[in-house]
Design a protein around this ligand. Structure first.
Ligand code: SF4
Ligand code: SF4
Ligand code: FES
Length: 565
């Protein structure tokens, strides 16, 4: 017989349907009942060490002589309550389980645990970086006694200990829950953290000769329930209640980890993972958290230019249109561009045809959240038909065509031609229209520069390695002088086609066109991508050969893979 998928348990006198075998913390959370906890984390093994989740549990009693349930005079089953409270994180739901979450005994336990946790705690929330998102602070308010009976001298532990290049430990705030220890060992596969000494003197530290330097170290900061582990980059830069968070997608790999971008008044302060159990659980790589710094890079392009002179947008777009209409055009697309941008580039190429090459960047993945493909949207190019229906060329073909004068103008999106084997001489011999965000050799040689936006400054979608289309949203405005890539591309399409450009181009409007153009997306809308993405049916991409072994292989071979750092 298959095991029942749900069982009925009784919580504080109320019958609830819960998944069979699920632990009490998770099961009750589904019903909006909070069991306070510190050491339990749904993505880690259960340690059961903090004792914050204590509840009373009982089961219906049976008469040993008859094996029948004992019925009380009021008609209810008699419950045999355990002699001691039980930890909810190790208690699994079974039929008939009875739970008390707010009895006097449970409240006494919670107050006792809170009192012990705070015995040596500094209690300086006003100057603590975790204030505003601290479980110790929240539970002390909700489940604590409200005052301390501890009058002795506190045991002072080390402060500002460097655990690794990105993580700083404030030991006196640590409640020894071991979440960080388990994360490193179980998820990052880097068993680097542990405790030394005993009792009140227990201290979190790295193993001798080691540092917490794996590429997932900042996830320990996210899951630390208190202010013990802090991001060296973010600590004491901004109070969290001043920050707003916007859902985004990490662009450093085709995994497409879901993220939150935290900003205030147009400035980004940090990136944290956003839970998507189908993609990245609730983790992300440290390297992806640094990417926002490119927004304020000194090499940022924040002006339109023609022949190296700053100009207004109209002049640059008109000059780009002239160059495109003069013929002999080649295109270099980017796997960094969003689905919507690739779709518009496809429209531009159809209006003013020329060979297209798409550049992918590769490096050795780590088997976790870093894939061999170092770009977020290679598959989006196929989805939008950029490579399927257009004249294709690999980068060597394009170089040769520039060399022989067949290609007179190159429209380059984000890529740097010098990194693709174009010599200075070749760069001088071709006219370049560059749409990008940061200066490079290509923008320096470009006849026309169109200043686009980074992923943090625009809204769009990427298709990740699972062929899951996922949305990202604008977190901060772009610098003055820049414009959304979709506006620049749609303006160019309209000028080349000699039609009036839509003033209301948006990801939503482009998805309406995509649904009407791409058979695999028929019926899809921008909204239908939801908050965790939507997976493309395999029939839409099964004919495309992608293999991400030691290197990337693609068919059609119009993609040029460039090894990156
Ligand atoms: S860790 Fe939490 S409870 Fe402790 S000082 Fe910081 S904010 Fe307050
Ligand atoms: S540093 Fe934070 S996550 Fe690690 S054991 Fe201490 S309280 Fe728990
Ligand atoms: S959550 Fe720590 S003992 Fe249950």
């Amino acid at each position: 017989m298959p095991a029942p998928t749900s069982v009925t348990i009784n919580v504080d006198g109320r019958d609830l349907q819960v998944p069979a075998g699920m632990n009490l913390i998770d099961a009750l959370e589904h019903h909006g009942i909070e069991i306070p906890h510190y050491c339990y984390h749904p993505k880690l093994t259960v340690a059961g060490n903090c004792r914050m989740c204590l509840v009373e549990t009982g089961m219906p009693m049976k008469d040993r002589a008859t094996n029948q349930f004992i019925i009380e005079p009021d008609g209810r089953m008699k419950i045999g309550w355990g002699p001691k409270p039980a930890v909810a994180c190790t208690t699994n739901c079974t039929t008939g389980l009875h739970v008390r979450t707010g009895s006097p005994l449970v409240k006494d336990c919670q107050q006792g645990v809170m009192e012990f946790l705070l015995v040596n705690h500094p209690l300086d929330c006003p100057i603590c970086d975790q204030a505003g998102e601290c479980k110790l602070q929240e539970f002390a308010t909700d489940y604590g006694r409200g005052y301390s009976r501890f009058v002795e001298e506190k045991n002072v532990k080390p402060k500002r200990t460097r655990l690794g290049p990105r993580v700083t430990l404030d030991d006196e705030r640590c409640i020894l829950c071991s979440r960080c220890v388990r994360f490193c060992s179980e998820v990052a596969k880097d068993d680097v953290l542990g405790f030394i000494d005993r009792g009140s003197y227990s201290t979190l530290t790295c193993y001798p000769g080691r540092e917490l330097d794996n590429n997932y170290s900042l996830n320990t900061v996210d899951i630390c329930p208190v202010g013990a582990l802090t991001s060296t980059d973010f600590r004491f830069k901004m109070r969290v209640w001043f920050l707003k968070s916007i859902p985004s997608i990490c662009t450093e790999s085709s995994v497409g980890a879901n993220t939150e971008v935290w900003s205030r008044e147009g400035k980004i302060y940090r990136i944290t993972p956003r839970e998507n159990n189908a993609v990245n659980d609730c983790w992300m790589a440290d390297s992806g958290r640094e990417l926002y710094k490119s927004v304020e890079s000194p090499s940022r392009i924040d002006f339109f230019a023609v022949d190296n002179g700053k100009c207004i947008a109209d002049k640059a777009l008109n000059r780009a249109t002239e160059l495109l209409q003069a013929g002999g055009v080649g295109y270099i697309g980017s796997a960094q561009s969003s689905v919507e941008e690739q779709f518009l580039l496809w429209q531009l190429v159809k209006a003013e045809p020329g060979p297209v090459s798409l550049i992918s960047h590769t490096r050795k993945g780590d088997g976790l959240l870093i894939s061999n493909d170092a770009t977020p949207n290679l598959r989006g190019a196929f989805l939008t038909s950029l490579l399927r229906e257009l004249p294709k060329a690999d980068i060597n073909d394009l170089r040769e065509k520039v060399n022989t004068g067949v290609i007179k103008t190159l429209f380059v999106v984000h890529e740097d031609l010098s990194a693709l084997g174009f010599s200075e001489d070749l760069l001088r011999r071709v006219q370049i229209i560059y749409l990008g965000t940061h200066a490079n050799a290509t923008s320096n040689h470009a006849q026309v520069v169109l200043p686009g936006l980074t992923v943090f400054e625009k809204t769009g979608s990427f298709v990740n390695q699972q062929w899951r289309a996922q949305r990202f949203f604008q977190a901060v405005p772009g610098p003055a002088g820049t414009a959304p890539d979709i506006q620049l591309l749609s303006q160019l399409v309209a000028r080349v086609k000699k039609v009036t450009a839509s003033t209301a181009v948006s990801p939503a409007s482009l998805w309406t066109e995509l649904a009407a153009t791409v058979p695999a997306l028929a019926g899809w809308t921008w909204e239908s991508l939801g908050s965790s993405g939507r997976v493309l049916d395999a029939s839409a991409w099964a004919h495309i050969s992608f293999s991400e072994g030691k290197s990337l292989h693609f068919d059609p071979a119009a993609i040029t893979s460039v090894a990156t750092g």
